[in-house]
Design a protein around this ligand. Structure first.
Ligand SMILES: [Mg+2]
Length: 275
């Protein structure tokens, strides 16, 4: 066999391995608290908000604060000695609106905003590029019925939940606009498009918290429901944790699944009961 054909075989094999490692796996195992160690001090819990703690509504602003949920999160936070984080696409201000007075670590805007539970450290990613593209997208979609554009400073969300419009052409144009700026990336979520800084995602947010107290040296659990949570699943998998996708999805990097929001609340209940 010639050196050239051997090189080709090696190249094809490397490509095969690359695909195996990077392509999302089938989600197959249901998640249960029985999988976790008995000692709470060994685990850190990270939760997405919409579609995980709350059912998805037609508009994010329709979600209201829930005292029972706040109380449940407060108790879990205490049980985990503070190792609880909410990792959301919402802004920190909006997370404060929903989870007021809870001393919980927050990552807002898909990791572009970070704040520790004691509100001592707060980080905000550069927002200049988002402002520029937001203006162009607002011009493009001006007059398109029932499409909500939410400019969250460090990221931009285009909501299609109430729209019957054919998204293909809009998706293509926004993708082209985003591609022109190498510092930005586009995520397709449930009925939404997210334009966000390439440097920050839910995975980088979890990595940041895992380097700080009280998360450090624990094994992370991350529960989320959407494409925007896949970076978080990847990070958690690399750290030997438990990645859990909510809903019925054929392909995900998550190793476990929960069928719906109700089952997430059931897991939280069991977490409190058993530990
Ligand atoms: Mg979600």
């Amino acid at each position: 066999m010639s050196a050239r054909s051997t090189a080709c075989i090696h190249k094809a094999y490397r490509l095969h391995l690359f695909k195996q490692i990077n392509e999302p796996l089938n989600v197959s195992s249901p998640f249960s608290v029985n999988l976790l160690p008995k000692d709470c001090q060994q685990v850190a819990l990270f939760l997405d908000v919409d579609g995980t703690l709350y059912e998805i509504e037609n508009s994010p602003s329709l979600i209201k604060p829930c005292f029972r949920l706040q109380k449940k999160l407060h108790t879990i936070r205490n049980r985990l000695q503070g190792a609880l984080g909410l990792i959301s696409g919402r802004t920190l201000d909006d997370l404060d609106r929903l989870f007021d007075k809870n001393k919980i670590s927050f990552a807002g805007n898909h990791g572009a905003q970070l704040r520790d539970a004691l509100r001592i450290k707060e980080y905000q990613a550069n927002t200049g590029n988002i402002k520029r593209i937001a203006h162009k997208i607002e011009e493009l979609l001006n007059g398109k019925k029932n499409i909500e554009i939410e400019n969250k400073g460090s990221s931009l969300t285009i909501h299609f939940r109430n729209s019957t419009i054919d998204r293909k052409e809009i998706d293509r144009i926004i993708m082209e606009l985003t591609k022109r700026d190498r510092s930005l990336t586009l995520l397709k979520g449930k009925e939404v498009l997210e334009v966000k800084p390439l440097s920050h995602n839910k995975g980088t947010a979890i990595s940041y918290f895992m380097r700080t107290k009280p998360f450090i040296k624990r094994r992370p659990i991350f529960i989320g429901d959407d494409e925007t949570d896949e970076d978080g699943f990847e990070t958690v998998n690399k750290k030997g944790g438990w990645s859990v996708r909510v809903g019925n999805h054929k392909r995900s990097k998550a190793n476990f699944f929960l069928p719906n929001v109700k089952s997430v609340h059931e897991v939280m209940k069991q977490l409190l009961k058993s530990r």
